[in-house]
Design a protein around this ligand. Sequence first.
Ligand SMILES: Nc1ncnc2c1ncn2[C@@H]1O[C@H](COP(=O)(O)OP(=O)(O)O)[C@@H](O)[C@H]1O
Ligand SMILES: [Mg+2]
Length: 364
Amino acid sequence: MAISWHYNRPVLAKNITQQLTSGLFNRLAYLGQRRIGKTMFLLKDLTPSLVKANCIPVYISMWSNKNAPHKEIINKLQMAIQQVGKKGVLASVLTAEITKLKALGITAEFGKLDPVVASDDDLIIIGNLLRQLVSGVANKRVILLIDEIQHLITAKEFSPLQYMLRTILDELNESIGVVYTGSSRRGIEAMFNNKDMPFYNSANQVAFPHLGDEYVAHINGMLKNHFDLSYSTVKLNVYFNSINQSAFWFDRLAQYLALNQTSLRDGCRAIDEMMQLETQYDSTIDVLTTIQQGVLVRVSDNLSRYDEKAIELYQKLGVKKPNRSQIQSAFKSLVSKRLITKVADTIFIEESGIAEFIKKKYGV
Ligand SMILES: Nc1ncnc2c1ncn2[C@@H]1O[C@H](COP(=O)(O)OP(=O)(O)O)[C@@H](O)[C@H]1O
Ligand SMILES: [Mg+2]
């Protein structure tokens, strides 16, 4: 059998399960940066714990179908309704979900989006499916696990879906539980703390607890037991903290060490290189025009896109005669590429590293 690197967090899973079944907290929103293990926790720890507690967890990622998240919702609710009462189905659904995630690998998280508006029929179907699911399982509690919820504020096309979800969840009230996760702090804040937004005040927000020493010790133990490799736990911890507790990169380190049997120092260097390659943002920037790059820099610095200094910057980047409509359309396409999110009157940059990278590249 393949060895599992996954470090289980039964205590955290149990706590959240208790909160969700106590009747005190029906909606929890966990936020934390990307790649710290939120999704894996939902799928591998929380789901089994919820099942044990007589709940029906339904995992739905807003990133599964980025252009039409409502379709994924319909799909998952239909599957859940079919599954209810059948044994063993849940396990296979989870395996499929994890395989899908692994296959995505380092995905282009900032691709171009062609968002679709959910039709009235689709929205009615979602409402009916939710009611049907909840009422069909009298003695069990349905818990929706909605991953990457902030995706719903990245396009105005998703607004009707947001309103509809808010309404139906209010209607079902305590007969359903929801765990949201989000990987954009600003996005989540905008979504739940802005009174013009449909999800305003609809969940208790919690910071997702990062993995820590015990996870590092677990990985070190795996390297020892399966590969007879000995590394200093202290040094591994130092490295884990230096990469902001990213389980994603730390797992890559463990794989690298297992495969190459090198010193820890060489392993860390290799991972640092991989991380650097990824944060060079070359491929992201390649698809941006120079004016788009300039506008991104101005927005990221919280400065005007139209004043003299802005025009100066665009010219430095090589735009001959930057004009207002060019700047406007550059802004729009940054939004559609999801590098920028606009919520009410506030503009959010999803990855500030990109603007820094542009500045370095052009020496501006
Ligand atoms: N508990 C864990 N034990 C071992 N590795 C983990 C754990 N959680 C996450 N990982 C590793 O980190 C990667 C990213 O985790 P993921 O859950 O997708 O992060 P997030 O959802 O926060 O972006 C996983 O593919 C896995 O390699
Ligand atoms: Mg995730």
